[in-house]
Design a protein around this ligand. Structure first.
Ligand SMILES: Nc1ncnc2c1ncn2[C@@H]1O[C@H](COP(=O)(O)OP(=O)(O)OP(=O)(O)O)[C@@H](O)[C@H]1O
Length: 237
């Protein structure tokens, strides 16, 4: 279990997070939604150890150091390396790793792009290559910061499907920050609603475990619940 207890974060005189408390069990998924500037990315950076809380605690009960994988809004692929070598970045380029990389590219349906360069791929394909690179490092915790926000609707859904399949297949703990209500409900088994600096609500999402959940009435119901909670958090003002 990963837990944040009474976490506060200040950037100099800017108070970014105020008494944040939540926990997530191993293999569970959590989405964080809220208005721009409310502190979502700051929470992700704390979880990634890129920032330290000004006060409060972040703990985990894993019996080994937790490996963290990050996927951002932009793919951050190196333009001068082909897709396969981007995927292998920082890893030993041996036969076994190369095979694992090719298997992932296949799983994400971009095996035909393995020897192309990032500029020769669509945005969706590049983001899937970035996901393959992240997963090849065998993370326990996958941290996603608006991973689909630069993509068209079809590519968005495709990547969301692949993220869910990946989390299920590898038993990953997944924490997602997003502006997109449907994405939060598709990928979050629970959903945290933020207003400025604070978490105001946790919503349990029964539609998460349903196959093809987007077509299920419970999916629509949870979307309405999230939208209502965001209204209460004054995000539309
Ligand atoms: N390096 C920094 N220095 C000073 N203030 C910062 C810094 N990074 C973020 N902030 C401030 O902290 C607050 C929270 O920022 P954060 O990026 O976590 O919000 P967010 O909810 O992820 O926003 P968005 O949805 O627009 O990405 C904002 O008021 C922001 O201006």
């Amino acid at each position: 279990m990963i837990s944040l207890q009474n976490v506060d974060l200040w950037y100099g005189s800017e108070h970014a997070l105020d008494n944040i408390n939540f926990s997530i069990d191993r293999g569970e998924t959590l989405a964080i939604v809220g208005a721009s500037g409310c502190g979502k990315t700051s929470i992700l950076y704390l979880l990634a150890d890129l920032l330290k809380p000004t006060s409060g605690n972040i703990s985990n009960t894993y019996n080994k150091p937790m490996k963290k994988g990050l996927l951002f809004q932009t793919d951050m692929l190196l333009p001068w390396k082909n897709i396969l070598n981007n995927t292998l970045l920082g890893l030993k380029n041996n036969k076994r790793k190369k095979e694992e990389a090719m298997d992932l590219l296949k799983m994400y349906n971009i095996q035909d792009q393995a020897y192309k360069y990032p500029s020769q791929l669509s945005g969706g394909q590049r983001q899937r290559a970035a996901l393959a690179r992240t997963i090849l490092n065998s993370p326990d915790l996958l941290l996603l910061d608006e991973p689909t926000s630069a993509l068209d609707e079809i590519s968005k859904e495709l990547l969301q499907n692949q993220l869910k399949e990946t989390a299920d297949l590898f038993g990953l703990t997944l924490i997602l920050v997003t502006h997109n209500i449907e994405e939060a409900v598709y990928l979050g088994k629970s959903i945290l609603i933020m207003e400025q600096k604070k978490i105001i609500k946790k919503i349990d999402n029964p539609s998460y475990s349903i196959n093809n959940s987007r077509s299920d009435p419970s999916f629509f119901e949870v979307c309405c619940q999230v939208r209502q909670s965001l209204k209460e958090a004054n995000v539309y003002e």
